[in-house]
Ligand binder design. Structure first.
Ligand SMILES: Nc1ncnc2c1ncn2[C@@H]1O[C@H](COP(=O)(O)OP(=O)(O)OP(=O)(O)O)[C@@H](O)[C@H]1O
Length: 244
């Protein structure tokens, strides 16, 4: 039996009719591991996230979370089963305060979180101190870096078993981006399984336990980071099928 938390087995998916954006994609995410996904613009990385998280229903193949097939399940039910998604675009409610944004996912799940909500909030504010002084501020009034902190703090509040993270460093100053990568490492160190996409390929390769290369909707290479060291620039071109 596989020890993967999340597993894709031959998944084919797309937005309309007979146009397949993802073709026969198989990958797995293990506890405490970062799986890095790299690919050119338009390769299908965001489509892969949307398919796993239930926004798109696979045409074929299976997506298993803790061994259960979740293909096509509603996103909110996946949260209950320990899956969380930090999308490239904001998932915050801009007119709610920082505190309301943090508590919202837990308030809808009182049976699970009712007893731990206050302690979880305090723990989260210790991990993300910048948010403590902004608790009563509207999320939409925060800077870009603070909003990204809030996205990760929200995930920390829920403490999922698997976290999908799409382009977390895009548009951030280098210092803030470094902080974001530290949070991701801390998430994995706490036992979370991570699927990470970022345009900073060198960073993704250096911090992942396993790499997948997605090219035109197909996984064209995969392996341990050691297999991906050396002349990264030339290798990336080869994996992605770029010839000049
Ligand atoms: N809502 C949609 N409807 C139809 N086609 C879409 C939709 N979203 C994306 N696509 C198409 O699916 C393909 C893959 O796009 P996707 O956004 O998944 O790629 P990506 O690897 O995440 O690229 P990027 O790095 O630019 O975000 C592209 O050809 C894109 O035009």
């Amino acid at each position: 039996m596989s020890d993967a938390l999340l597993e894709l087995d031959g998944v084919t998916s797309g937005y309309m009719g007979d146009i397949d954006v993802l073709r026969n994609v198989s990958l797995s995410i293990r506890q405490g591991h970062i799986s890095g996904l790299i690919g050119l613009n338009g390769a299908g990385k965001s489509t892969l996230f949307k398919t796993i998280y239930g926004f798109l229903k696979p045409k074929s193949g299976a997506i298993r979370l803790h061994g259960q097939d979740i293909s096509g399940r509603e996103p909110h039910t996946l949260i209950d089963d320990g899956l969380w998604y930090i999308p490239q675009e904001s998932s915050l409610f801009p007119y709610l305060t920082v505190e309301e944004n943090l508590l919202l996912p837990l308030q809808g799940r009182r049976a699970r979180y009712g007893d731990v909500m206050a302690a979880r909030l305090e723990d989260t504010l210790q991990k993300f101190p910048v948010l403590r002084e902004k608790l009563r501020a509207q999320a939409g009034d925060l800077s870009g870096g603070q909003q990204k902190s809030l996205e990760f703090a929200k995930a920390y509040m829920v403490q999922p078993r698997v976290c999908l993270i799409d382009e977390p460093s895009i548009g951030l100053a280098p210092k803030v981006a470094m902080e974001v990568f530290q949070w991701i490492k801390a998430f994995a160190a706490s036992g979370m399984g991570i699927l990470l996409v970022d345009h900073n390929v060198r960073r993704v390769v250096s911090m992942s336990d396993h790499i997948y290369v997605l090219s035109l909707g197909e996984i064209t290479a995969s392996g341990a980071p050691e297999d991906f060291q050396g002349d990264l620039h030339a290798q990336v071109k080869e994996w992605l099928g770029i010839t000049f």
